[in-house]
Write a protein that binds this ligand. Structure first.
Ligand code: ANZ
Length: 872
């Protein structure tokens, strides 16, 4: 098709054409040796479920805009793609459909690769890999052994969530209301020997380095902090009243962050698996039965917190540290975790809601010990709600009148002086909620752990020459459990040291391990070592990482751990994996319910009817709430269908245009139609501008304000660039619409075909720029228009246009930005730009965000057209 003649733009013809050309020319293949400044942009790699969904389209469209923009800005851009390919769904498919996990996975990858390629992403496909490629997990096994040698891997007994149906360990997140997320079976707690990565070794650093992550969303940093859960408290040893505990146990150690509330204590509680509970259970079947019931609640704090607080009195009594006459009962309680602190607490119901809920069941006393500011001591009581905040101490003997903080110090100091069994009665202690990372999975479709168990030599690493430990292909899925366990050839090996019969480890690694370093591997995907350290250091950290907020905790934390562990073992030398992090919102859609209450696909509903009806049976349909697209609610839109009907550019444009990228975007027919119309509009503008004017207009009759169009063009360049740099794609889109409008108006004015030379120049510049600005978002349309305008090369190779500052001056103003009175930089904004835009720009300035380190400013003062003051 000759673009110039075409009235309508046909993406079906043009999109594959450009994709082929980019591929042939290797437009997006990156060389490490390129001397231009490096820029690494990455979207979280997909799980090969079989089809891409709209969330992927949004995610990859955003990353592609950044990649294409930075390339046009002159950077050497790395923008790779791969597959997070191990995991349970492949095994489930194997069990249900009798297809091998490997085939299922690679077939899915092939299908999804085709889909992603149809989106026209500027990806360096030469670096593609899947985590289930033996070349990848080979290197991962080496990393495991390096970590092992560095003391970062341990094997220990731990209580795990056990899914009796799937016969596997579940992460806490996979236990929902006490049931396995996949099987729905009641989860049990089981003691298993498991492999762990010692992520807790890095707890301090993982926490303090969050402050350096200035380009991460504050909510993500907060989630990381909370997950690490640093708390500063006191270890308190309580003396057990003689003769009340079995086997003459003499003390009970508790961990508390609120020693100030010690005089409000009304009971002690130990975890169901606490040694004292075990001893008590041995003598008392009632206690044993209670503990057995507790085995069926998940091990997570969340699971424990939602479960009803229950306990049982053990008959054991302890003495209050400040009053030998004061005895407190020791309970076994379901809400106390063995893995946290010491697995034992003192309960202060007036200052802790869980304790309050607990005592309401067991009629234990509630004594208010903290008076909130402004409350009246005489009338203050605690009923159903504990007061957990700070205040003034009451009913607390020598602490009365102190602030909670001072009381904490007082108790800590006093108890440090007292000795119990030769040790101080209390010691300060910093605790992290973070646990070591259990990486063992009793599954087939994962990276084998390269260890051999020998009766004589214990755990022996598989020698380097024997790596990789390959997953055998000939496995069966006809029974639950781990197929590797019953694969004789895999299991039975010789000890590498004594050559006696030994047993191969059959656990495979958690798939989170695979995704913890794939971004490093992209820097040298074919290396015979896990990394090429020099190359890794040159590319890392990833400049901009983009993905779903659902990975804001675990994946990012594990990747941060891996970066540290890989640095320790010499594989790279950077401190953080991701400099910039962006979490995009979800793609949502209306939901529809039939008369029988079942979800319906949009295609099944006649929406034009009033009220909407079912196309087949004519029954009334209720339009439900707007929800994230999900197969279960049938409110999904298939990207393939959209690409087939409108082309990838239209889908990309819509995904970027409608809402701020961090917010949810609602998929609507009207929205996609609007995007489609804009595609056609840009095309018409390009065609019209390419048509040579037939005659010169007489110099005294200008048809439009050419200087104004040129100024608008430069303004658009500046604004769109700034918006993309700050990842405000919807704002970029709005500025592009603006330019298109001005340009279209000017074009309409010269419809007669007559234009003055300066008018023609202004139109040509505006059209050229418009095409360049849409390029990162709608690359195929961009290339087509670029050609239509008479350009010879590829738009993908063209540099980003430069805005002439003098053209901005009457419209754009430069505002200095101060932090606490000191000038830290400047922003350029349009005169009279909305306050919100100025504020957002000022806060996104690198020096400002660094100083703020995620905290909101105390004050933000914008003096219109003069200055921005940030007070921290
Ligand atoms: C007495 C107390 C009084 C507490 C009070 C709180 C409020 P963070 O801040 O998360 O570290 N705790 C300690 N170990 C526990 C365990 N293994 N399972 C369940 N709860 C446990 O929480 C520390 C607080 O959580 C500790 O302080 C302890 O209860 C409880 F008014 O001690 B506190």
């Amino acid at each position: 098709m000759s673009p110039k003649d075409a009235e309508r733009y046909d993406p079906r013809a043009m999109e594959p054409h450009w994709q082929k050309l980019w591929e042939e020319r290797g437009s997006f293949t990156v060389a490490d040796t390129d001397s231009r400044e490096k820029y690494y942009v990455l979207e979280m790699f997909p799980y090969p479920s079989g089809r891409i969904h709209m969330g992927h389209v949004r995610n990859y469209a955003m990353g592609d805009v950044v990649a294409r923009f930075m390339r046009a800005k002159g950077y050497n851009v790395l923008h790779p793609m791969g597959w997070d390919a191990f995991g349970m769904p492949a095994e489930n498919a194997a069990m249900q459909n009798k297809v091998h996990p490997k085939k299922w996975t690679y077939d899915n990858i092939a299908a999804m690769r085709t889909q992603l390629k149809a989106m026209g992403l500027s990806i360096d496909w030469s670096r593609e890999f899947a985590t289930c490629d033996v070349e990848y997990y080979h290197q991962q096994q080496k990393l495991f052994l390096d970590f092992w040698a560095a003391g970062l891997v341990t094997r220990k007994k731990s209580r795990v969530n056990w899914d009796p149906v799937d016969q596997t360990v579940l992460a806490n997140e996979q236990v929902i209301d006490g049931r396995g997320w996949r099987s729905g079976a009641l989860v049990e707690q089981k003691e298993l020997t498991q492999w762990f990565f010692k992520i807790t070794d890095f707890a301090d650093d993982l926490l303090s380095a969050i402050d350096t992550l200035a380009d991460w969303p504050e909510k993500v940093r907060l989630m990381q902090r909370n997950w690490l859960g640093k708390s500063e408290g006191l270890l308190v040893r309580w003396q057990i009243v003689e003769g009340t505990a079995p086997e003459d146990v003499t003390e009970l150690e508790t961990y508390t962050t609120r020693p100030d509330t010690l005089f409000g204590a009304s009971f002690m509680a130990v975890a169901p698996t606490h040694p004292l509970a075990t001893l008590a259970a041995a003598k008392n079947p009632g206690i044993a039965a209670f503990i057995e019931r507790c085995r069926h609640i998940g091990t997570s704090l969340a699971a424990l917190e939602t479960a009803e607080k229950q306990g049982i009195d053990t008959g054991i009594r302890v003495r209050h540290p400040f009053d030998p006459e004061w005895e407190l009962p020791v309970y076994v309680a379901n809400y106390v975790l063995m893995e946290y602190g010491t697995g034992a607490i003192f309960g202060c119901p007036s200052a802790d809601q869980r304790d309050l809920d607990f005592v309401h069941r067991y009629a234990l006393p509630v004594v208010a010990v903290v008076l909130p500011e402004g409350a009246d001591a005489a009338s203050f009581v605690i009923a159903d709600e504990a007061f957990v905040g700070p205040g003034t101490m009451i009913n607390s003997r020598f602490l009365d009148g102190l602030t909670t903080k001072a009381a904490f110090e007082e108790v800590a100091n006093e108890l440090a002086k007292v000795e119990v069994n030769g040790r101080p009665q209390a010691e300060r202690r910093v605790n992290y909620r973070l646990r070591d990372w259990g990486v063992s999975r009793q599954r087939y479709w994962g990276c084998p752990i390269p260890i051999i168990h020998c009766k004589t030599h214990g755990e022996v690493p598989v020698p380097d020459a024997d790596l990789p430990v390959r997953l055998p292909d000939d496995v069966t899925f006809d029974r639950p459990g781990n197929p590797l366990d019953r694969h004789e050839g895999f299991v039975n090996v010789k000890c590498p040291i004594c050559h006696q019969p030994a047993r191969r480890e059959t656990d495979t690694m958690d798939t989170f391990v695979d995704s913890s370093w794939y971004f490093v591997r992209f820097t040298a995907p074919r290396a015979k070592t896990p990394t090429e350290p020099k190359t890794a250091n040159a590319w890392l950290p990833v400049n901009q990482y983009i993905g779903g907020v659902e990975h804001a905790i675990l994946h990012l934390l594990y990747a941060r751990f891996f970066t540290r562990a890989m640095r320790l073992t010499g594989h790279l030398n950077v401190s953080e994996p991701f400099k910039g992090m962006f979490t995009q919102g979800m793609v949502t859609h209306e939901t529809y319910k039939g008369a029988d209450g079942r979800w319906l696909f949009a295609e099944e509903v006649d929406l034009a009817a009033i009220p909407p009806t079912h196309r087949q049976n004519g029954e009334k349909v209720t339009i439900g709430s707007i929800e994230s697209m999900s197969k279960s609610k049938k409110n999904v839109v298939d990207p393939d269908a959209i690409v087939a009907a409108y082309g990838a550019d239209t889908a990309r444009w819509f995904m970027l245009s409608d809402s701020p990228p961090e917010r949810d975007v609602q998929w609507t027919e009207a929205g996609i139609d609007g995007a489609w119309r804009f595609v056609q509009r840009v095309w018409r503008i390009a065609v019209d501008c390419a048509r040579p004017a037939t005659a010169d207009r007489r110099a005294d009759r200008s048809s439009f304000d050419a200087p104004a169009l040129t100024r608008a063009t430069h303004r658009a360049v500046a604004r769109v660039g700034q918006a993309i740099e700050t990842l405000r794609f919807n704002v970029a889109v709005a500025h592009i619409y603006e330019l298109a409008n001005v340009l279209a108006k000017a074009l309409a004015a010269v419809e007669s075909g007559e234009a003055m030379p300066e008018e023609r120049a202004a139109l040509a510049l505006a059209a050229r720029v418009l095409v360049q600005l849409i390029g990162p978002m709608m690359p195929h349309l961009g290339e087509t228009c670029w050609r239509a305008l008479g350009e010879k090369g590829l738009l993908a190779d063209a540099p980003w246009p430069l805005a002439d500052p003098s053209m901005l001056s009457d419209e754009m103003i430069v505002l200095p930005v101060q932090v606490n009175g000191k000038r830290r930089g400047e922003i350029s904004v349009a005169q009279g730009a909305p306050q919100a835009e100025i504020e957002a720009l000022a806060l996104s300035l690198e020096p400002v965000s660094r100083i703020l380190a995620g905290r909101p400013p105390r004050k933000l003062i914008v003096v219109p057209d003069r200055i921005v003051n940030v007070v921290v």
